[in-house]
Design a protein around this ligand. Structure first.
Ligand code: FES
Ligand SMILES: [Fe+2]
Length: 422
């Protein structure tokens, strides 16, 4: 970023009005996209996948984030590790497929060979003075939080991932993600800036008009509302919903299932929020009939109607954990106006398709919802690119978490991209 571009970014950040959308430059300018990649995605904990992506020894997953390529590897001791996918000889990319199963990692160019702990164990014709121990794979910070894999590309990673892990592990471990299996992964390329994808996720203001499937399991009063617009009956319904949430939290927590909200979306470097919420109608799962789609429940769960645990992280993920299945979403920017949304669905690893679960029922709500959200993201991006676009106000009742996303983003840019310039 040039000094002039940095000054212009600093000006954009300084003049942003709280409670309003961001100016178009944030969603369109290539230099701001580069700053996002270098400072937001390059210096924070990024959610990239789940332990069941690499369930067995020798399993490898490749994660590409901008120019970085990272190997997520399951070693023989069952530890999961991450390394840069770059040979220490002349830099060839080591694994060139999204997933692989390997004994060792062998470079396709001159056959330098690395163990799954990154150690270089074989390099022909390098002479007696060559020190293999100085040429192991470069490690990348990796933290598994109850099976959710986060990486950090910075040399020094924010240490408050440990706070997140301490708070979230009791909520997540009930669902025993490490002993689940991925039954479907879908990559959707959305035609919008990554922040539009994230902002869309942080509100359900748009759900009533756009998500006929998702609004079956979700309670409308959970989306937020302006009390002044409700009549007496609706106000009573809203109060009944609030009472239902409280009663369920009390019941689930008494049964050892952490459920109450924790919210640190804008006040921590590794920002996150969680809450377990009741599901409407049959109350069991995010499916079209709100009943479980997999009869073999996750972990040691025996109550199918355990609501849905939602978990949101800055800058790039959200997750829904039900009694029978897990849906997990990872956002990776591709260009200023294109974003990869990678969705994984998981059930218990011993569940048998056609016997315990029907794959279409597991995936139907979020496959439809993702398509609808992708179309909304494209609509917003194309409108924002018009010179007539002016950042409008957020609803104080339904878009508070969009505001927190923007606060977090601008705060972290200021503390990194603009700090480096100062
Ligand atoms: S570049 Fe990998 S062995 Fe030469
Ligand atoms: Fe949506």
């Amino acid at each position: 970023m040039t000094a002039a571009a940095q000054a212009s970014l600093a000006d954009l950040v300084a003049r942003r009005r709280p409670g309003r959308a961001l100016e178009s430059d944030f969603y369109t300018r290539p230099d701001i996209f580069e700053a996002d990649m270098a400072h937001i995605f390059g210096k924070h904990w990024i959610y990239v996948g789940v332990e069941p992506d690499v369930p067995e020894e020798g399993d490898v997953m490749v994660v590409d984030i901008g120019k970085w390529s990272v190997l997520i590897v399951r070693d023989d001791d069952m530890a999961v590790r991450a390394f840069h996918n770059v040979c220490r000889h002349r830099g060839a990319r080591l694994v060139n497929t999204p997933k692989a199963v390997v004994g060792n990692i062998v470079c396709g160019y001159h056959a330098w060979t690395y163990r799954l702990d990154g150690e270089l164990i074989h390099a022909d014709h390098m002479g007696e003075d060559f020190d293999r121990s100085c040429h192991g794979l470069k490690p990348v910070h990796l933290r598994s939080v109850a099976g959710l894999l986060f990486i950090c590309l910075a040399e020094t990673a924010p240490d408050d991932i440990e706070y997140l892990a301490a708070k979230m592990t009791p909520y997540l471990k009930v669902h025993d993600l490490p002993n689940a299996k991925i039954v479907k992964t879908v990559d959707l390329i959305e035609k919008g800036n990554w922040k539009i994808t994230m902002e869309n996720n942080r509100e359900c203001y748009h759900c009533g008009a756009n998500h006929p499937e998702l609004t079956i399991p979700l309670f409308a009063y959970g989306f937020g509302f302006s009390p002044q617009t409700l009549d007496e009956t609706e106000l009573q319904q809203a109060q009944r919903y609030a009472d239902l949430v409280t009663a369920n939290h009390d019941k689930w927590e008494a049964a050892g299932v952490p459920s109450r909200e924790i919210e640190h979306l804008a006040d921590r470097i590794t920002g996150f929020r969680t809450e377990r919420l009741p599901i409407d109608r049959a109350g069991q799962s995010q499916t079209l009939d709100t009943q479980v789609a997999c009869r073999k429940l996750l972990g040691g769960i025996n109550d199918p109607a355990m609501g849905g645990l939602s978990f949101w992280t800055q800058p790039n993920s959200w997750h829904h954990f039900m009694s029978d299945h897990i849906v997990t979403f990872c956002v990776i920017p591709l260009s200023p106006t294109e974003t990869l949304l990678r969705t994984r669905w998981l059930v218990h690893k011993d569940a048998v398709e056609g016997v315990d679960y029907d794959l279409d029922r597991v995936t139907e709500v979020w496959e439809a919802t993702n398509q609808q959200d992708g179309a909304l993201v494209a609509l917003q991006q194309s409108g924002i690119e018009s010179p007539a676009y002016e950042a409008g106000p957020y609803s104080p009742y339904t878009e508070g978490l969009v505001e927190k996303f923007c606060q977090w983003y601008l705060g972290r840019l200021s503390a990194t991209a603009l700090q480096d310039a100062a």
